[in-house]
Design a protein around this ligand. Sequence first.
Ligand code: FAD
Ligand code: NAP
Length: 559
Amino acid sequence: MFVDIISPKFQRLNLDELKKTEPLRKLNFAVFALGSSTYPNFCAFGIYLDRIIGELGGQRLFEVTCGDEMCGQEQTFRKWAPEVFKSACQTFDVDYSEGLSDAFHDDTLTASTVRMVPSQREGTIDQLLSKYHNKKVQRYKMKSAPRNLTKLAEDDKPTILVEIYAPGLDYEPGDHVGIFPANSTDIVNGVLKRLTGFEDPDEVLQVQVMRKKKTPNGTFNCWEPHDKIPAETPRGLLTHFFDITTPPQMELLNLLADFCDDNYDTERLQKLGTDNAAYEEWRQLYLPTLLTVLEQFRSCKPPAGLLFGNLMPLQSRFYSISSSPRKVINEIHLTVAVVKYKNQRGNERFGVCSNYLTNMKEQEPLYFFVRSAPGFHLPKDSSEPMVLIGPGTGIAPFRSFWQELEVWRELKMQRSKVWLFFGCRTREMNLYAEEKALLEREKILDRVFLALSRDLEIPKTYVQHQIENEFDTLYQLIVEERAHIYVCGDVTMAEDVCGTIRKCIAAKEQKTEAEVEAFLLALRHENRYHEDIFGITSHAGEARNRSTLRRGSRTLNAL
Ligand code: FAD
Ligand code: NAP
């Protein structure tokens, strides 16, 4: 399709002319847009694609549907896919009833169509995780217990250095790892106590699903292993495979309502499972984990197999690598902010992976994969200057950069100017303060800036304020010496930094808005503006509220 519209015949036309020719009029389409409501412009690409295909004449089979990574993306997709398939079959006048059940198993499990039977494990945890997530997951060991990188109390451990023994691991400064965490033992034990359908939480069991099989002799019911869930102990499944801390979705509450002995619990769960407003209010108030739900509705005792078949996978968490493989041989380091927050009732909640990492001991195994980030690698030419901007944990990849620069120095490679802008709340949180001071003395980092946002003695300062103050020299570095700009960290910070650069360029060169946009676009095209953005860090609470508001307004629009 796109090969067609980029063919020379169409390239001569502008978009408005192209729309008039309706080049896609023979195309039937449906778009499932992927996104995360913690980022601005939620699902913007999918929505754009849907609009543009429609404007180019495409026949929409189904309204564009958005899958929110923050909220039941997989469930939304599972609902969307068979509906689109049905709609496509109707459009093309094909009998969908047979194909539909083969193409999409009816995943609506019930207590009588799912069971757990004794089984054998079919691999080690890393092998099972690899299969479950369709990724090459490796097992490595902690080199030592994590270290507090701040001068705040040991208990707080707000940001830690994680050192992992990882011989032979192939990575570059700037790359990420995806860590598969384990859920906290307390939550797992609490949930195990409330489930039925097994006797020993440490016996390996296989979840089986009853499926209808069509044969020439008729249709039969038969038990088949669940498509995804591996043979594992209930404890192992809850520890490594299922998300049991994200607030359960309404669908799950509805399902749990069927397994309460007390009518009051049933009615209340049904209300939360069907009434959007009641659900949102309850979710905001408690930010409940699965255990919170089971403790709140004490008569609820769901069958384990059915519950497992309805839980979402425990996803990996990405971390920027904070080491260079040429500087720390056989090791990989991470800089991790430990996520702790309170719900509106004052109960503490803990981020799964960051707290899992902070509680690790020397030699404990952990499971991860490397994800290359070619857009965030060091310049190929060692003489090209760099401006590194990363407040908070945004500093993580820059430690891998400066370790690499140390190696470049040892190799007597031509050196470049490097400026580092770091920001944190108070001086106690000045991550890698000694390392940075040493690097500045050794002229590996030429200038190191510290923006303090909550120091009582100075006005609130962010990295972009210092960028603005220094812009005369920075301008020379960026425009005349063709420096690379690297921005890492929170999405709002990255937008604000870009806004500041935009504003400073406009003032310096007396450029119009369009000219500044073209300048920034050129920087990106020349691969000189690099961003590594975390969707959710310090402002997760606000982001969640935004996502809730957005869902709320969608519901209102739908009414
Ligand atoms: P989770 O269990 O995932 O909990 C986080 C969730 O808690 C949020 O989604 C939100 O729903 C909720 N939440 C958090 N705070 C609040 C609040 N105040 N109010 C209400 N709800 C709240 N992190 C680093 O520390 N270092 C890195 O180098 C790093 N690199 C990253 C690179 C990339 C490409 C990406 C995408 C992310 C990176 N992150 C990094 C973030 C990291 O992946 C995790 O998101 C983070 O550690 C939290 O994971 P967790 O499992 O501890 O928390
Ligand atoms: P962070 O400490 O939250 O933020 C780093 C710095 O960036 C802070 O100075 C912050 O200022 C500033 N900042 C905020 N918004 C900005 C913007 N739009 N532009 C530029 N700078 C901005 O980040 P982090 O170190 O990556 O921490 C992330 C996680 O650690 C979060 O979960 C956070 O809650 C947690 N944390 C906990 C503690 C603790 O004491 N327990 C302390 C710090 C962080 P502000 O002062 O305005 O936030």
